[in-house]
Write a protein that binds this ligand. Structure first.
Ligand code: NDP
Length: 449
């Protein structure tokens, strides 16, 4: 553990006391506070008025019952969450996750990270996150729709274009957003398009939103590689996951001349040295909703499927963890370093454990933390809100250009901030400090609220 400033240490102890058992949340707060020592040394006034304590405490936490009826007529109960973390910069903004592992601690960690990520985009959005312990795997379309409608029936009273604007995350894609938007519209009797983002194109969505997180992560890594005079061209890459973020990360890597040789889902991973066939992955995951093992079955010779195991055993130049939190451990990081990895870009939120981050940094590997590298999704969600507000619809090129320039800005801001605070090349420190300063300045201006 890095040594912390004394005041920050006391704040951390209090966060641990108040949030007992919420390991992911405590991990996320610790990582940010460890970066702030250099800021409070220069600007001790940032510890006035319990500013940092307030940043660590969500503005509002909502937990609710979600009853719904399955196809056999059984009544099922899930738990719904929305953590409205910080609205100093704009309405709460952040995705909804449907996965059996979802609990309050996970939603709080995601909401806390989201607050700084959204600040880094430079756009007027606060931080929030939500979801449910509902498991969509194996559920029929009708069951998914009824669940989404019940979930939105309660959540709707807490949302609004100027209040809180959710989007997708694990287990929540275009289909789920459509069902939730339909129910919101019905309940409110109002076509409030900007209340959800990640919508379909025919009813107010933005071009390039689906691609944005993955493309943005690849842009960020491309910018990092450029600082060492290189690029994706000719590089072999490993991308974990095979969901929204992973698919569009692989697509941009390919467009930039790289070759993704392995991807995964929660059951195992596939290795295809010729380069992953993205059309097949898209069909399997976006249309047929199959397991990644089917990729190996259908491709046949030349493709390996490894059930369980760690995808990080596959040697590569660039690793982009894009599945879930804490999926890349210290042991995985050491293996990647031994195999000569050059850069790691987090597409997922907090996929590398603190030990893994330390291993990468000590080995001089370029390392992009999720809150900076995966900010392209939420940034494009904010562009979707802009289009909704002006009743406009931009072209793909126009939207992607804005995304590319936002990602460049985030990269440069993190790099310049790290440099300013005496840690050149440390993107973790740069992202945490730059995000914090923007939120902190707004909070001070708004008084003690
Ligand atoms: P999806 O649901 O589309 O895909 C998630 C992928 O990760 C699937 O392949 C899934 O496999 C795998 N996965 C999920 N949980 C686990 C687990 N516990 N162990 C191993 N594999 C797992 O989600 P997204 O692509 O949208 O999200 C991926 C990550 O990116 C998350 O951390 C999310 O918070 C983050 N993110 C997403 C953004 C977005 O715009 N969608 C924006 C910014 C960050 P399986 O199907 O087997 O569960």
């Amino acid at each position: 553990m890095t040594k912390m400033d004394e005041k920050l240490e006391a704040i951390m102890a209090e966060v641990m006391r108040r949030n007992t058992g919420e390991e992911e949340f405590i991990q996320a707060v610790r990582e940010v506070l460890e970066s702030l020592g250099r800021v409070v040394a220069k600007r001790p006034d940032y510890t006035d008025d319990a500013l940092i304590e307030r940043i660590c405490e969500p503005e509002r936490q909502i937990i609710f019952r979600v009853p719904w009826v399955d196809d056999r007529g059984h009544v099922c109960i899930n738990r719904g969450f929305r953590v409205q973390f910080n609205s100093a910069l704009g309405p709460y903004k952040g995705g909804l996750r449907f996965h059996p592992s979802v609990n309050l601690g996970i939603v709080k960690f995601l909401g806390f990270e989201q607050t700084f990520k959204n600040a880094l985009t430079g756009l007027p959005i606060g931080g929030g996150k939500g979801g449910s312990d509902f498991n969509p795997r194996g559920r029929s379309d009708g069951e998914i729709m009824r669940f989404c409608q019940s979930f939105m029936t309660e959540l709707s009273r807490h949302l609004g274009e100027y209040t809180d604007v959710p989007a997708g995350d694990i287990g929540v894609g275009g289909r789920e957003i459509g069902y939730m938007f339909g129910q919101y519209k019905r309940l409110m009797n109002r076509y409030e398009a900007a209340v959800l983002t990640g919508k379909g194109l025919v009813y107010g969505g933005s071009r390039a939103r689906k691609e944005a997180t993955g493309y943005g992560a690849a842009y960020f890594v491309e910018a990092m590689l450029a600082t060492r005079g290189t690029s994706f061209d000719g590089k072999s890459c490993v991308v974990s996951g095979s969901g929204n973020v992973a698919i569009y990360t692989m697509e941009k890597i390919r467009a930039n001349g790289g070759r993704t040789i392995a991807c995964s889902d929660s059951n195992g991973y596939v290795v295809d040295e010729r380069g992953i066939d993205l059309d097949l992955v898209k069909e399997l995951k976006e249309v047929r909703r199959e397991r990644i093992s089917v990729y190996a079955e259908e491709k046949g010779a030349g493709v390996r499927y490894i059930s369980g195991g760690s995808i990080w055993d596959v040697p590569c130049d660039v690793a982009m963890p894009s599945a879930t939190q804490n999926e890349l451990t210290g042991k995985d990081a050491r293996r990647l370093v031994e195999n000569g990895v050059l850069a790691v870009g987090e597409g997922a939120n907090m996929p590398s454990t603190p030990e893994a981050v330390r291993v990468f940094q000590e080995a001089g590997v370029l390392f992009a933390p999720g809150k900076a590298a995966n900010a392209g999704g939420v940034a494009t969600s904010a562009l979707e809100m802009q289009q909704n507000a002006s009743r406009d619809s931009w072209t793909f090129e126009q939207t992607e250009q804005r995304l590319a320039s936002i990602m460049r800005h985030i990269h440069d801001t993190c790099a310049a901030t790290a440099e300013e605070f005496g840690a050149p090349g440390n993107y973790v420190l740069g992202a945490n400090i730059a995000g914090f300063v923007r939120v902190a300045e707004a909070m001070r201006a708004l008084g003690v609220i």
